[in-house]
Design a protein around this ligand. Structure first.
Ligand SMILES: [Ca+2]
Ligand SMILES: [Ca+2]
Ligand SMILES: [Ca+2]
Ligand SMILES: [Ca+2]
Length: 226
């Protein structure tokens, strides 16, 4: 009886594995949503720097009468993207300025979804923190997750230090998974305190099951090599 033909040409194997992976991942492609422009803390009012802030978080950022920095120092305005220079935050420079952003109308997030954020320490940034998913009513603060930036940085967050932080939403630093909550409400809030500048924020959503499907393709390719 005739044996089934076995492909042994390496380039044929690679083509086959690639086609198989592309077929299995199908139309559910990975997505990356960018907020702010990637200009290394350049100008504050570039076309990509539009702020979107959900109303309760916007209300809290501009709160008056209870120690609200934005009301006291910045006419109630939220900190814009890229405010790291004295002339970008008059009259007192970009110090004591609270930042917020909301990713709205989100598609369904899958395991592996993460936030990447490029931050720069300004003056008294050693006591600053970052939070995800504001849960207050506009007059008080609470969130589903928060961390001191010192802890994420692994050292003193001070004096012009910059870093890109990766924050997996299903495996948050210090513990926790907020993907179910984000999918239930359809948005994701980001809040950054108040002597730290924000260059950009990326929300990366992998295609569902991408890692396991690509792994299966690799296994098939290895078997064909024998
Ligand atoms: Ca700037
Ligand atoms: Ca900019
Ligand atoms: Ca501070
Ligand atoms: Ca920027």
């Amino acid at each position: 009886m005739q044996q089934a033909q076995i492909i042994t040409n390496p380039s044929s194997i690679l083509l086959l594995a690639g086609a198989l992976s592309a077929c299995m991942t199908g139309s559910a492609a990975a997505q990356t949503i960018l907020a702010g422009d990637m200009d290394n803390f350049g100008g504050t009012n570039d076309p990509g720097d539009t702020l979107v802030i959900r109303q309760p978080l916007a209300d809290w950022l501009s709160r008056s009468g209870s120690g609200g920095n934005n009301d006291y120092y910045h006419n109630g305005d939220p900190m814009p993207f890229d405010a790291d220079l004295f002339n970008e935050g008059p009259p007192d420079g970009p110090a004591n300025w609270e930042f917020g952003y909301t990713f709205e109308n989100l598609p369904t997030l899958h395991p592996g979804a993460k936030v990447r954020i490029h931050l720069k320490s300004l003056g008294d940034s050693y006591n600053d923190s970052i939070h995800l998913q504001y849960t207050g009513n506009g007059s008080s603060f609470s969130s589903l997750w928060g961390s001191s930036i010192d802890t994420l940085y692994g050292g003193a967050w001070y004096g012009g230090a910059t870093a890109v932080f990766d924050i997996p939403l299903d495996n948050l630093p210090g513990g926790g998974n907020i993907i179910g909550n984000i999918n239930a409400v359809g948005y994701l809030d980001v809040y950054v305190q108040d002597d730290t500048a924000v260059d950009w924020i990326e929300l990366t959503i992998p295609a569902p099951g991408t890692a396991s499907l690509l792994g299966l393709g690799a296994v098939v390719a290895m078997r064909r090599r024998r």
